[in-house]
Design a protein around this ligand. Structure first.
Ligand SMILES: Nc1nc2c(ncn2[C@@H]2O[C@H](COP(=O)(O)OP(=O)(O)OP(=O)(O)O)[C@@H](O)[C@H]2O)c(=O)[nH]1
Ligand SMILES: [Mg+2]
Length: 372
């Protein structure tokens, strides 16, 4: 089956998740709930973590990564952009491009991606889709887009009603115009052998945990294929290579993972069996296979010191209150929270740096809920 891999990117609240949910619903995955599945995401009504899903449309598999639009979670966007071939740049038809539109578009253009622009929320009373389109075009020029990138296809949408159109005046009732454009415009992922010319390779862009299988890596397969039970090598950008063995393979159907005997180039998959793997690492089938370029993440902007509570109120809340327990939790967080930096060198406190106040606040709230 042919495969297309895309990410949906935008400024906060411009309608990425609503659009992704509508695509899921129209492609038969409406009973799986919103992409904003995390408890904190539901409480706050924003996306915090990039997540992937997979649908089938006209016999083609489309892997979609929904990303957060809040600037504090920019690293979530950066870490997934390598694993996909095109972005849907969603822009609110009333607000036009906003600061984070610029940030995510810049990162995409730098990677050579050719975006599809979705002017969304055209149902808003004050929407001005033509002006938004004009502003997006200007932004492409400003960011130094090449000619191919500037010739982006534009789709007009009401994500909340599951409607997409090629022209504003079209009378459409579903998202076919968008899905057809994805099939036409995005290069088939299977044909993508240019990145790895040295055997089978997959790069990790996310991690997950399973009580039975342990650490799971979510990867994009770049070349060849891997089979269940295969012996492989893991390589990282600091030059380390070590042997490993695949103990289980999955692909995605909607948000569900499905066990498969083999995975092929182009697909976005989940691999179990490598307990020490990290985001950015490359899995190869031969010891001299090429390591993929590192995934670049911008530096943090704010920091806080976390220390053991020694105030008179100590011990009133939480269960895991020692320095060692805090440290263990922070070390685990570092594995998946790629925008975070932590300095463990002081004995008294941990110096935690993130991409903004909300980035740190979500970390602290997650720790509090784990009774730390
Ligand atoms: N009027 C209108 N509102 C919409 C449309 N699509 C989404 N919304 C509303 O816009 C708000 C934000 O939608 P989300 O889909 O959560 O936005 P998002 O881009 O995923 O937000 P983050 O992931 O937090 O960046 C919600 O209140 C939606 O109901 C649309 O087509 N028209
Ligand atoms: Mg969202």
């Amino acid at each position: 089956m042919e495969i297309r891999n895309i990410a949906i990117i935008a400024h906060v609240d411009h309608g990425k998740t609503t659009l992704t949910d509508a695509i899921m619903t129209q492609c038969g995955h409406g009973d799986e709930g919103s992409m904003d599945s995390n408890a904190l995401e539901q409480e706050r009504g924003i996306t915090i973590y990039a997540k992937n899903t997979s649908i089938q449309y006209k016999g083609t598999k489309i892997n979609i990564v929904d990303t957060p639009g809040h600037a504090d979670f920019g690293s979530e966007v950066e870490r997934v952009l390598r694993s996909i071939d095109t972005v849907l740049l969603v822009v609110d038809a009333q607000e036009g491009p906003m600061p984070q539109t610029r940030f995510v578009l810049k990162k995409s253009l730098e990677l050579g991606l050719k975006p599809i622009v979705v002017i969304n929320k055209i149902d808003k009373p004050a929407a001005d889709p033509e002006r938004a389109h004009e502003q997006v075009l200007e932004l492409f020029f400003e960011l130094g887009a090449n000619e191919e990138q500037i010739n982006f296809p534009t789709i007009y949408a009401i994500g909340r009603q599951g409607i997409a159109k090629k022209n504003i005046s079209d009378d459409t009732k579903d998202l076919s115009a968008l899905l057809d454009t994805i099939i036409e415009h995005v290069i088939p992922a299977n044909s993508d052998t240019n990145i790895s010319n040295n055997g089978s390779a997959a790069q990790v862009f996310n991690l997950a945990y399973d009580n039975f299988l342990g650490r799971m890596s979510i990867c994009r397969v770049y070349g060849g294929k891997f089979v269940d039970g295969q012996s492989v090598f893991v390589k990282n950008n600091s030059g380390r290579t070590y042997a490993g063995k695949i103990t289980k393979l999955f692909t995605f159907e909607g948000k569900q993972r499905v066990a498969v005997p083999e995975i092929v180039a182009g697909d976005i998959v989940m691999i179990a069996g490598m307990p020490e793997i990290f985001i950015g690492d490359t899995i190869v089938d031969t010891e001299n296979g090429d390591v993929m370029p590192a995934i670049k993440i911008d530096e943090p902007t704010v920091s806080v010191d976390i220390l053991v509570n020694n105030s008179p109120f100590a011990g009133r809340e939480g269960k895991f209150v020692t320095g060692r327990q805090i440290r263990e939790r922070l070390e685990k967080e570092l594995e998946v929270n790629v925008g975070l930096r932590i300095d463990f060198s002081s004995n008294e406190s941990f110096h935690v740096s993130g991409r903004g106040e909300l980035h740190i606040a979500i970390l602290l709230e997650n720790m509090r809920r784990r009774r730390i």
